[in-house]
Design a binder for this molecule. Structure first.
Ligand code: 1GP
Length: 243
């Protein structure tokens, strides 16, 4: 399956997509089966990644996931070591809201010796960090300042600059564990600006917040912490198809 084409097709049909983010640092791979069974019932993708994952742990999690799910496994790496050729796709992230060359291009260059020999589908993604009301790991690790939620113009210009620079997706990130998720006004404005699909994540903890993000224009919503803290979070979604 071509993951990007699938996202495009769903976006065109107005079918909303849900990704559950698993951080390899926080997951015990030996007891993953019941967790994945819950994900299989409600989500469209499993994203794998974290800000501080040690070498080799990502591969183990992807191997374990592949034993229990048919869902596409998409790498969402916090650094260049978080790769596995067993995954289906890689969000090739560039932190375009920040001015740290390490996360704009250097990490990406470092990934090449390993990545060039992998058969992963690579999806160029413009990653925009937005103030989530607390200092999040991505903010600390990337050593970049998030854009204020008040500065909607800068956010939407950054997103469009990403599209013009050839990014295939734009990802609005409030940071894992954010207190404030990306506002509907921002999602709506950015969505109206772009021709490419929009991913939104960070701090989404309820069904209502999730549905509002979709309503505002998110094509894919990513949920991590809410699921980590309560694996039954997904049960609250009943048989929503989010369309
Ligand atoms: C991934 O940041 C999200 O973009 C996940 O955030 O852990 O707050 O759901 P949460």
């Amino acid at each position: 399956m071509n993951i990007y084409q699938h996202i495009i097709d769903c976006a065109q049909q107005g079918k909303k997509l849900l990704a559950i983010l698993l951080d390899p640092d926080k997951i015990e791979v030996t007891s993953i089966k019941p967790l994945v069974e819950k994900i299989n019932k409600k989500a469209n993708f499993v994203f794998v990644g974290g800000s501080t994952v040690q070498n080799g742990v990502t591969e183990k999690l992807v191997d374990a996931l592949k034993e229990h799910t048919q869902l596409p496994v998409v790498l969402f790496p916090g650094n260049y070591t978080q790769l596995s050729d067993k995954a289906d796709a890689l969000l090739f992230l560039s932190l375009i809201s920040g001015d740290n060359p390490e996360y704009l291009i250097h990490q990406q260059v470092k990934s090449i010796p390993k990545l060039k020999n992998m058969g992963l589908e690579i999806i160029s993604t413009g990653y925009i960090l937005i103030d989530g009301g607390v200092e999040t790991s991505v903010q600390k690790v990337s050593n970049t300042k998030p854009i204020s939620q008040q500065n909607i113009e800068l956010i939407s210009h950054t997103a469009l600059a990403g599209q013009y620079a050839g990014k295939k997706l734009i990802y609005l990130e409030a940071g894992s564990g954010a207190k404030n998720f990306v506002s509907e006004k921002i999602i709506k404005t950015v969505k109206a600006t772009l021709d490419i699909p929009l991913i939104v994540g960070g701090g989404i903890r309820s069904k209502e917040q999730l549905l509002n993000a979709y309503k505002a224009g998110a094509d894919v919503v990513v949920v991590g912490t809410a699921f980590e803290q309560d694996v039954d979070f997904l049960n609250t979604l009943h048989d929503e198809n989010f369309s």
